[in-house]
Design a protein around this ligand. Structure first.
Ligand code: F6R
Length: 591
């Protein structure tokens, strides 16, 4: 899941490429590069590390260029492995994974060609040069037919100084037509400007940009007309606004993200279609990855408790290869902040092919998932820059919990009495008390492992707390069902092991405390996130944070906040950059 960008037009290409790449860094930041065509000369710069390292390339002359920011799949994050890859007359940038790279590379080696990188993408440049007979689009079509896997490709030839050819398969790619030229990128915000018409390439489509125009082609070679996407130019480029990191700033926006999501739901234009779907739903499958998967787990508790409807929550990368049983009247809900996660998209496509109604829950209006789905509910979290999801998770929960209430109503089960409308204010209070977890940090800094324990909805939140801590602090950690600990994992508890218990259900509190006591008796340091003040004084608890009480099933939207804060403070105290954790990227558009 790298980011690609390109430009052909009247302006100097290099500054446009650098600006676009900066905006795409959320897709990968381990190396970057640009190539600019200047009347048959190719200026190239590649650097290991972030896009900032490319600053000297800003002075490259030339009106046509391509750029790339990389998240390493094949080969280490080095300068050699950075894109653009160049061979013969061809330069290219690629996002995706070529699955038959080994066999194609052998072919090239037999022809006596040599490779300078370990990437799968370099082989595409060799194939393209081999197929090239003066027409870059024709060469790209021939080459693409030989590639298995996923690709968003932008390709230039030294012999066609005004052109960029594009291909897309299972990796997003958009083209922008403006008065001064034609732009391309993995994602709209990287290029969008007022007055620009933006088009999304469809599956297996090609495009040719010639500096003035963009021509689009179907897989069979027919030229096709495209309708521009309906998108809004982001007026505000997200800034840290006085915060040290985006993650902390985005956490401060949780109450707003909840309030805005509630507002979107109140004015949802397709509410009657949604109610109709909910009325007929007999089974629900929720497919998602990572944090979004955890919001699906929290939603399952709410849907089943409130509407008594069976819910399966599946990790999308498993679901897509599992031949799932999709019965009549199954509603499949795909949850994805970005709406571009490759596995979630594949699972959603499978569900649709199998006849299920597909409902998307996403934060990005023009995303591939939104375009694919029968119904779309938007979370209004606003742009999230930090790799670790925070406010988007709270927004997903807000939306899914509201859906649980709609579903309960559709099934004739009445209101739950929980004050969901006051969530923004309660989240503000939870945020304020979360500052107390900062004092917990020293106990975590060099922990061998950390455990997050809970039951029911608290267990779902334990999983998210653990994921957050892992991804930005790099500490080994596990979210565990409190009652399951004694069946093996208790063996890992040692003197000083940090254990974080989540306790928001008076029904289950004593049961969770049994497990907490078992860890305490073995020397664990126990920290508590709770809405039940009476548990704060228990002898097992070293320190606790009190969050507002919103009832057991809807508590995750609040109880996760101190856990997000804990991950943040531990990450910073360990000297990490919580916004850009190692090995990760914000948008995972490869399998
Ligand atoms: C973790 C995180 C990831 C994403 C996952 C799915 O903090 O952000 O686990 O939740 O990659 O991404 P989306 O929601 O864009 O499909």
């Amino acid at each position: 899941m790298c980011g690609i960008v390109g430009y052909a037009g009247r302006r100097q290409a290099a500054p446009i490429l650098l600006e676009g790449l900066k905006k795409l860094e959320y897709r990968g930041y381990d190396s970057a590069g640009v190539a600019v065509l200047d009347n048959g000369t190719l200026h190239v710069m590649k650097r290991a590390g972030s896009v900032e390292g490319l600053a000297p390339a800003k002075s490259f002359a030339g009106n046509v260029g391509i750029g790339h920011t990389r998240w390493a799949t094949h080969g280490a994050p080095t300068e050699e492995n950075a894109h653009p890859h160049i061979f013969g007359r061809i330069a290219l940038v690629h996002n995706g994974i070529i699955e038959n790279m080994k066999q194609l590379k052998e072919e090239c080696l037999e022809r006596g060609e040599t490779f300078i990188s370990e990437t799968d993408s370099e082989v595409i440049a060799h194939l393209l040069d081999f197929c090239y007979e003066g027409d870059i689009l024709a060469a790209l079509k021939k080459t693409a037919a030989r590639l298995s896997g996923s690709l968003a490709l932008a390709v230039i030839s030294l012999e066609e100084p005004q052109r960029i050819a594009l291909a897309r398969r299972a990796s997003p790619l958009v083209v922008g037509r403006a008065e001064d030229g034609v732009y391309l990128a993995s994602d709209i915000p990287a290029i969008a400007a007022k007055g620009m018409k933006v088009y999304a390439l469809g599956e297996n489509e090609f495009a040719l940009l010639d500096g003035k125009e963009a021509h689009f082609y179907a897989e069979d070679g027919r030229e096709i007309e495209k309708k521009p996407l309906d998108y809004a130019v982001e007026e505000d480029v997200p800034e840290k606004k006085g915060f040290r990191h985006f993650m902390r700033k985005e956490m401060s926006e949780i109450p707003l993200s909840i309030a805005n999501t509630q507002q979107i739901l109140r004015s949802y234009p397709k509410i009657s279609a949604l109610r109709e779907v909910l009325c007929h739903a007999e089974y629900i499958h929720i497919v998602a990855c990572g944090t979004a998967y955890h919001s699906g787990l929290c939603a399952k508790v709410a849907f089943e408790t409130r509407a008594r409807i069976p819910v399966e929550v599946a990790v999308a990368s498993e679901y897509r290869y599992r031949d799932p049983v999709i019965q009549r009247n199954t509603l499949v809900i795909a949850v994805s902040q970005s709406g571009e996660t490759a596995d979630t998209l594949a699972a959603a496509e499978l569900a649709k092919r199998s006849g299920a109604t597909l409902l998307a829950v996403t934060n990005v209006r023009y995303s591939s998932l939104a375009r694919l789905s029968d119904l779309v509910l938007f979370t209004a979290a606003g742009r999230e820059i930090a790799v670790a999801a925070t406010k988007s998770f709270n927004a997903q929960l807000t939306l899914l919990f509201a859906l649980a209430e709609e579903l309960a109503m559709a099934k004739g089960r009445g209101g739950c009495g929980a004050e969901l409308f006051s969530l923004p204010e309660l989240a503000q209070r939870a945020l304020a008390s979360s500052e107390e977890v900062r004092a917990w940090t020293p106990h975590f800094l060099s922990a061998k492992s950390v455990f997050f324990l809970g039951r029911g909805a608290d267990y779902c939140v334990a999983l998210e707390g653990s994921l957050k801590l892992k991804e930005i602090s790099y500490l080994p950690s596990e979210g565990y069902p409190a009652g399951e600990l004694k069946h093996g994992t208790l063996a890992l508890i040692e003197k000083g092991t940090p254990v974080v218990a989540i306790l928001t259900s008076s029904r289950l509190a004593e049961k969770t405390m049994n497990a907490v006591h078992e860890t305490y008796a073995r020397g664990a340091k126990v920290f508590l996130v709770t809405s039940l003040p009476e548990y704060r004084k228990r002898e097992e608890i070293l320190s606790s944070v009190l969050i507002p009480d919103i009832g057991e099933i809807y508590s995750p939207v609040l109880s996760v906040i101190p856990l997000q804060a804990l991950a943040y403070y531990v990450s910073v105290a360990r000297g990490n950059d919580p916004d850009k954790p190692r090995n990760l990227a914000k948008s995972v558009t490869v399998e």
